[in-house]
Design a protein around this ligand. Structure first.
Ligand code: KDG
Ligand code: MG
Length: 402
């Protein structure tokens, strides 16, 4: 089999998505997600200018070899843009392989290790009461695990907390907008927030929280320790993990489970965290973390250190990425939980998914490959619109430095 053509499709059904489509002389095409929120065109250009010309004529069945060709062969290893491009190629090749063998991707990864994939929902609100209402909604929908975020009294617009009634979407049209932050108010507020959530919803609901890299290791240690009575499923990104050693301090002071890695793009971002057992869940997404091929290796290494997966699944990653993640979730032994933020209806005019949610779990049908269809005519109805993630300033105007 040979690759005969490949193209990049950029569309904006409510938000931007970048998709790579690779076709072969066998008449089989595969799809890969290449969306890097706020930097979509950088990945599209990287693919169009450098990767696609090098893919033509290659045998798509040699996925491992092609992964290393694009990883090692360029000399400039790693980085979000490069790794997102490699991820898209990798996903599309696995999609082709599944279709060529007429089997769903999970079968090629060792088969199913479980009957359903436990997922967590997002509950948010500009204040405590509205956040509690949103938790109720998620519980009514059947979720057994809920990530809880709320506006903080005395702090303006907070990252990841949409205005009342609006869906979660941290990227805004145009250049980056500015949000505010105050760590002291945040640290005082969050334990009170979880105390209230436990009071209303009891002990059985799994609760998660994302600190969005806002704390120093010492602040994060205090937060993790003060959250212990509320038995979180995890505390996510308490610190920015460029300094992996920073997690030692957090770990030494608390038993609250820690989840990191949604911004990682290589196993080398994880080695200290894994080998010193500094985290409990690894959040690396397929789309920025080298695709199925690399995630399998990350999951395998994590399993040696009693670390489980908790793959990133926000709505800025396309349905192709979510479906591919679910195949990995089904297959790996050390699966923990999968993030689930349902895409807006408009997104499903373009991407027809093969998964569904029921009573706290997600399921995937047996369509071959990754199993998501792309409607290119519909995609063309929604042209790219520039959008960026926000920057964060402390209340005195200082750009947040973590
Ligand atoms: O593009 C940024 C989002 O993917 C991120 O804000 C989502 O933190 C996030 C999460 O945990 O889903
Ligand atoms: Mg996060």
């Amino acid at each position: 089999m040979k690759i005969t053509s490949a193209k990049v499709i950029v569309c904006c059904p409510g938000r931007n998505f970048v998709t790579l489509k690779i076709c072969t002389d066998a008449g089989i095409c595969g799809l890969g997600d290449a969306t890097l929120n706020g930097r979509e065109k950088a990945v599209a250009t990287y693919l169009e200018e450098y990767c696609i010309p090098a893919l033509i004529g290659k045998d798509p069945r040699n996925i491992e070899d092609l992964w290393h060709y694009f990883y090692k062969g360029v000399y400039w290893k790693r980085g979000s843009v490069t790794m997102t491009a490699i991820s898209a190629i990798d996903m599309a090749l696995w999609d082709i392989k599944g279709k060529a063998l007429n089997t769903p991707l999970y079968n090629l990864l060792g088969g199913k290790s479980r009957q359903g994939v436990l997922v967590y929902a997002h509950a948010t609100g500009p204040n405590l009461e509205q956040m509690l209402e949103d938790v109720s909604k998620k519980v009514e929908q059947g979720y057994q695990a809920v990530r809880v975020q709320s506006g903080i009294p005395g702090v303006g617009r907070v990252y990841g907390v949409p205005k009342s009634g609006q869906p979660y979407e941290p990227a805004q049209k145009g250049l980056p907008h500015e949000e505010s932050w105050d760590t002291a108010r945040y640290l005082n507020f969050v334990p009170k927030m979880f105390s209230r959530v436990r009071e209303v919803f009891g002990e059985d609901l799994h609760l998660l929280h994302d600190a969005h890299h806002r704390c120093t290791p010492n602040e994060a240690a205090r937060l993790a320790r003060e959250l212990e009575p509320f038995h979180l499923f995890w505390l996510e990104d308490p610190v920015s993990a460029e300094l992996q050693e920073g997690l030692r301090l957090v770990r030494q002071h608390s038993t609250t489970p820690l989840a990191l890695g949604e911004v990682f793009n290589s196993v080398y971002d994880c080695t200290t965290l894994f080998s010193e057992q500094l985290i409990d869940y690894i959040r690396m997404p397929l789309v920025h973390g080298g695709g199925v091929t690399h995630l399998q290796k990350v999951a395998a290494l994590a399993s040696l250190y009693h670390i489980q997966t908790g793959i990133h699944g926000a709505t800025d990653l396309s349905p192709i990425n979510l479906a591919a993640s679910l195949h990995v979730d089904f297959a790996v032994n050390n699966f923990g939980i999968q993030e689930h933020m349902p895409h807006a209806e408009m997104v499903h005019e373009v991407f027809q998914p093969n998964y569904h949610f029921e009573k706290g779990f997600m399921y995937i049908n047996d369509a071959p490959g990754i199993g998501v269809e792309l409607n290119e005519e519909q995609a063309a109805q929604y042209p790219y619109q520039m959008a960026c993630l926000p920057v964060n300033r402390k209340l005195d105007g200082t750009l947040h430095y973590w």
